[in-house]
Design a protein around this ligand. Sequence first.
Ligand code: SF4
Length: 276
Amino acid sequence: MDGCKIIKYTGYRNSMDSTGIIFDLKKFAIHDGPGIRTTVFMKGCPLDCGWCHNPEGRKNDPEKILIRNRNSKEESFGREITAINLLKEIEKDRVFYEQSGGGVTFSGGEPMSQVEFLAEMLQLCKRNKISTAVDTSGYAPFEFFKKIYDLTDLFLYDLKIMDNDLHQHFTGVSNKLILDNLTKLADMGNKIIARIPVIPGVTDSKDNFDNIVKFLVPLKNITEICLLPYNKLGEDKRERFGLSNNLGKLSIQENEEMNRLADIFDSSRFRVKIKG
Ligand code: SF4
């Protein structure tokens, strides 16, 4: 299982009383799939990306973190929520989903870290006719994808670095499982948007992009490529959370640079978007 550290799936219990751990709920999200969405940020992630701007999403359980600023103090991150209460939160914006073609996106962290709760939530949303998307690093046993496949309208699937040694170095895990899963998932028929975090000096080389194009071209059901510009928020956050910042201070890409990277997909059949 490629050293995968994710908890074992034991089948969803289909109980509205079951609970999951979330660390944020973003209303009116417009970059996490089509239309207006509610994005649910679930705790737990087996990766350790040097550029992560959600370090509070890494650990599985709620936690208190000493925030280092002028008045350093402990803050809590993560709360337990029942499936029914989370559904009620999601339901509040149904009218916006219906008008805009939106829905709910489960993100993280890595939502597969709580696959039982994720499957339950997806099933509840489906039953209530709310469109579903799952934003994943792809680093989970394929068995997990099979469990949620019928319940997920859209996968937002991250691709970071094609060179396995570099992937291991910058994210803490091999990319083998991630690439294998995407190949299998693409054969199953669900819509997939491949998302590439554009990290200066890490993922943004022509070589990496050429290899991503080469890998994606033969795959079916990839409807779009989305380039995610570097988010500097992660640097401050990592500092405030007392985490190491091995990448140092990086500059945000200029528009021309993002367009140059998008152009690498020109000769492919993919529609490419740059997230604002
Ligand atoms: S996969 Fe996402 S949440 Fe997990 S460490 Fe990487 S950037 Fe952070």
